[in-house]
Structures are given as structure tokens and as C-alpha cells.
Design a protein around this ligand. Structure first.
Ligand code: ZN
Length: 425
């Protein structure tokens, strides 16, 4: 971890730039995969699954019996933990329901905005060594709360029974297909995989690139995803052991993760760095964490306020306020995905079980994006209704504007109605 002392002439947006990688080869091969799946459907999926996963698949959908039998392959303690996490996520997202809006903008002119759920959503769940139960819960539970009728999960073969169990809890249909081809299948539909209204979920570079490409083609996605990040602001009340553990918990996500510690206290920085060196040795993912720490920083500042200023420039995905009375600073936070308040609020809580969503903006996108929430599974429709009195009230305004834009038919649509009304009276 690189240690630096804050000087006002340091350009933090330059210094804390995320390690971005742009790979034109990935772009081209993803483009080809999408095109193949779009045109050839299932037969392309079979070939690509054989090529990338080395598996012959006849039927992509996991049958109900296999899903049901996953029940017996999950330990009771894990089941209980999944239940608590799911309940908390459900509680927090249920409370996010918003009401429709209806306003008379003028006498006789009524406007309405209503929320409608997305009927069918697609969730991508990455494969690999660790089963990402939390991904299924963080996306599946809010989709269920929102009322989405169909949940489609795509995940690479072979599918872990724990994933199947979590999918059964949220009532998702599961298809064993992974990578960019899975994203293409959900975006355009194949003979067996239905086309979805929006695609959610994390993934490797290919999956992320595929999401970006289909979103450019008009299929919405949750958030542009990048490597995970954490910024900790610690004052003299922080507990170095905790801060070190939190920084490592984020560093172990991936070699490209980034963690930043900002403190107004030299001894907190030094003790935290010592603790990191101690704790990292006991991590099975030590090498990944060490790699992530290479592009990470500890910054000494004069005040907590200055630390928040730097954090707002960085716009972290996760922000921990390991300070006395963190609520004092709440309104100063302008850019962050999710904020963890005080010494007993670890970032892991938000990753798994407190109830907030862990699908958050990375790479500085927190400047303009928020994380996934209940509204991510909805869209809006507006309605308007105008009475004869209303059109007389508003008509001249519309005619004036339409004429100014030289759109005569638009003006006529109003004039004709106004004329009819004045002939009647
Ligand atoms: Zn994490």
C-alpha cells in the first residue's frame, strides 16, 4: 500500500484513477459471439458451451427435479443464514415501494406517472470455484418484491447445488449457459431461453463487455461494472484491526480491486498497515489481496472533512466512515455507492445480509449512478387526460410552440378541437 501525505497540489482524480483495461480483442470476439447467438440461437449456444466450458449440453434449462433435490445438498446452518439475509433484503426493498403521482397542471389538464414492473428479468450468476449465493439473493429478492413475473438465471455449467437452492427460493428458472453467449441469449432470446426486459448481474470481462454491447442495442442493464473498491475514512477513534480486516475484505475480491485508507491520524495509518501485514498471511486468497494492495493508497490528511472531499472526488463503490459520530458527516457525502457508518459496520454486512443491495456503481460511476434498488426492476408510464375546458385553456400555448417549430400538423391537431368547441358554444 502506497503511503502519501496530502498536499493541496496533489491531483486526486488523477492519482486515484482506476486501473482500466481496454482490450479490443475482447470487444471483437464478444461482438462475434452476440451475432452468432442472435442469428443461430440454441445451436450457437451449444457450440460455444462446448468451446468455452468443454461441456456438451442438450437441454439448457435445469429441470424442476434437479432444482428440488438441491434442497438436500445445502447444510442447515447455511440455509438459516440464507433465510436471514433474504428476509433482510426483502424488508429493505419492500419499503422502497413508491406511489404513483397525479397532478392537475392546469384546470382540465391532468398528468399521471405510474410505476409498472418489468415482466421478465435476466440475472447472470458467474460460475467458478465460489458459488455466488449473494448475487442470486441481491437480484432475485428485489425482483420478486417488485413483482416481476419471470426470473431467468443464466449460469455456466456445471451449476453448484447451492446456487440452485438460492434460485429455488426466488422462484427463478435456471439455464446452464455462461459468458457473453448467456448475455446474448437473454438479450435476444433463443428457442429455449426467453428474451428478457433487463439484464442484471456481475461477470468477467467478456460478460461485462457483452452487457455493454447489448445495452448499446437497446436492452437495458443494471450498472456498468468494474473492479470492486473500498475507501475507508478513519479518525483517531478507529480500530486498526477492524480497518485492516475491512481493507483486506475488499482486496481479496480480485487482483484488480482497489482499496484506499484516508486518516487524519498517523498512528492509525501505521497500525493499520502493520495489521494488514499480519492478517494477510492467514488469507487463502493472500496473493490476490497482495496484488490489489499494490495499486492501493493510504493518505494522511489534516481533517476528516478533507478526507471526505477526497472521497467525493474518488466516488467509491463502498465507503466506510470509521470515525466518531459518523452521522455528523452524512450530508457531506456527495458521491458513493454505499456508506458504512461507524466502527461496527463492516462492508461485509452490505455484501451479504444487512439488507442494502450490493450491486453498486464502481470505477467512479457513483458520481452519476446509484446502486440497484427496487426501482431498478420497474419502469414508468405517464398518462394525461384533458377536458374540453382544458384544451381551451392550454390550446393557444401548444399552437404557438408548434408553429415556432414549423410543425403545422401538430398545431392543426389542437386548432381543430378548439374550433369545434367554439362552434358549439
Ligand atoms: Zn466486498
Amino acid at each position: 500500500m502506497v503511503t502519501i501525505t496530502d498536499k493541496t497540489n496533489i491531483n486526486y482524480s488523477e492519482l486515484l484513477k482506476r486501473p482500466v483495461e481496454y482490450n479490443p480483442e475482447i470487444r471483437v470476439s464478444v461482438q462475434e459471439i452476440i451475432e452468432k447467438v442472435r442469428v443461430q440461437g440454441d445451436s450457437a449456444l451449444r457450440l460455444l458451451t462446448k468451446k468455452f466450458d468443454g461441456i456438451d449440453i442438450d437441454r439448457f434449462e435445469v429441470d424442476e427435479q434437479t432444482i428440488a433435490s438441491s434442497q438436500n445438498q445445502v447444510g442447515e446452518n447455511l440455509k438459516a443464514a440464507i433465510e436471514i439475509a433474504a428476509r433482510n433484503i426483502e424488508r429493505f426493498h419492500s419499503a422502497q415501494k413508491v406511489s404513483d403521482v397525479e397532478v392537475a397542471t392546469m384546470p382540465g389538464v391532468s398528468c399521471k406517472l405510474v410505476y409498472r414492473l418489468l415482466e421478465r428479468v435476466g440475472l447472470y450468476v458467474p460460475g467458478g470455484t465460489a458459488p455466488l449465493i449473494s448475487t442470486v439473493l441481491m437480484l432475485g429478492v428485489p425482483a420478486k418484491v417488485a413483482g416481476c413475473k419471470e426470473l431467468i438465471v443464466c449460469t455456466p455449467p456445471p451449476v453448484n447445488p447451492i446456487i440452485l437452492y438460492a434460485c429455488s427460493l426466488v422462484g427463478a428458472k435456471v439455464f446452464t449457459v455462461g459468458g457473453a453467449q448467456a448475455i446474448a441469449a437473454m438479450a435476444f432470446g433463443t428457442e429455449t431461453i426467453p428474451r428478457v426486459d433487463k439484464i442484471f448481474g456481475p461477470g468477467n470481462n467478456y460478460v461485462t463487455e457483452a452487457k455493454m454491447q447489448v445495452s448499446a442495442m437497446g436492452i437495458p442493464i443494471d450498472i456498468p461494472a468494474g473492479p470492486s473498491e473500498l475507501l475507508v475514512i478513519a479518525d483517531e477513534s478507529a480500530i486498526p484491526q477492524f480497518v485492516a480486516a475491512d481493507l483486506l475484505s475488499q482486496a481479496e475480491h480480485g487482483a484488480d480491486s482497489q482499496v484506499v485508507l484516508i486518516s487524519n491520524c498517523n498512528s492509525i495509518i501505521n497500525e493499520t498497515l502493520d495489521e494488514i501485514n499480519k492478517q494477510v498471511k492467514n488469507l487463502p486468497r493472500m496473493n490476490i489481496a497482495l496484488k490489489a494492495l499494490e495499486n492501493s493508497y493510504a493518505i494522511k490528511v489534516e481533517t476528516v472533512e478533507r478526507a471526505i472531499e477526497i472521497s467525493n472526488t474518488y466516488a467509491p463503490e463502498h465507503l466506510i466512515l470509521a470515525v466518531a459520530s459518523p452521522e455528523k458527516y452524512e450530508t457531506m457525502i456527495k458521491n458513493a455507492g454505499s456508506v458504512f457508518m461507524g466502527n461496527y459496520t463492516p462492508e461485509s454486512a452490505g455484501d451479504y445480509a444487512s439488507g442494502t443491495n450490493h450491486t453498486l456503481p464502481t470505477s467512479g460511476f457513483a458520481r452519476s449512478w446509484g446502486g440497484v434498488n427496487l426501482l431498478s426492476f420497474t419502469k414508468t408510464i405517464t398518462y394525461q387526460s384533458i377536458t374540453p375546458e382544458g384544451i381551451q385553456e392550454l390550446g393557444n400555448c401548444i399552437v404557438e410552440l408548434a408553429n415556432a417549430e414549423r410543425l403545422t400538423a401538430h398545431a392543426n391537431a389542437v386548432k381543430l378541437r378548439m374550433e369545434k368547441l367554439s362552434n358549439q358554444s
